[in-house]
Design a protein. Sequence first.
Length: 425
Amino acid sequence: MFPNSDTKIAIIGLGYVGLPLAVELSKKFNVIGFDINSSRVNELSNGHDSTLEVSDEDLQAASSLRFSSAKSEIADSTVYIVTVPTPIDDSNAPDLTPLQKASEMLGEFVKKGDVVIYESTVYPGATEEVCLPIIEKVSGLKFNEDFFAGYSPERINPGDKVNTLTKIMKITSGSTPEVADFVDAMYGAIVEAGTHKASSIKVAEAAKVIENTQRDLNIAIINEFAKIFNRLDIDTEEVLNAAGTKWNFLKFKPGLVGGHCISVDPYYLTHKAQEVGYRPEVILAGRRINDGMGEYVATQLVKKLSSKKIHIDEAKILILGFTFKGDCPDVRNTKIIDIVNELKDFNMSVDVYDNWADPAEVKHEYGIDLISELKEDKYDGIVLAVDHSELKDMGEKKLRSFGKENHVLYDVKHVLKPSEADIRL
């Protein structure tokens, strides 16, 4: 069993993970990209990716790659790779609905000898306990006898043009030793950085979910440091720079933890941990700290406005940036919304500016109308919330020009020097 020119691959889900994977695999194999969103399929078929993960040039160069929203188009595939999102619900519990629906659909097409590979982040055991039984039920086939499975967690970093898919080592796994070799060889054909073949699907699942959980906790402790140092009137960045001169000090920065990975994945692990009778303490404590940072930023701004005798009620605030990270159009689970909502609770007027974000998506997901132009001498408070290059290049003078004579400039992302902002996280 080895991938070859006859291997026909269907990528299920064409978002930040699925599209780059489809493009790279199409250089070696016969690939079709499937998505239920026909608008997304039309966009890609016309050679443009609105997520900006794949350039128009690279997308148009992938001439052998086909896109479709018709299920029948994937019927003759031999390998199915699932890259649908795995969000959490309002109670921070895993929402496996996209995975379950994808598995139900695959149950209609999976044939004897086919391999189904999942890349979506899940808790250890989800692939074999939730997804594969659905395929068995719908298809009438027997797992590991008639069809097989693999798990190779995505490691896409949205907006990162350096650490791209082929430059990041890929974890692979399979439901049998032979399938594990097949999956490893398939990814090895495109990933220059190499692969790491895990001993089981559960190990691969667990490895992925702890990657982002560890990062979440590292940021949480820095955020807690920032809260302490703010009370002590010490600049957090200066402390971190000093501590960072020690070779083994981890150089994380304080900030808002949003997006579809770091702020979500820990809840998958804690859900499974509690299911087996263990209540995590450190992981959930980190989540509480990071989930509360939007409210903290808003409160700090309110205190600073008050100290400068600026009337809080109906104060005008400008938020610069809305995506979850700089130079990236991704607004999924952005924590900027927490700042906006908290300031509005103080009866403030809040304008949000972000040229990277899609205004229609922001309106649909968050009910916010982004402003399209910046006006001078208008705001009581300016919050530099996201470090887009455009915003960083403005500098203190330009940023302050948007404020009234008496205003507060809050640098959340440590873009400015300590002396240039009225307050920093």
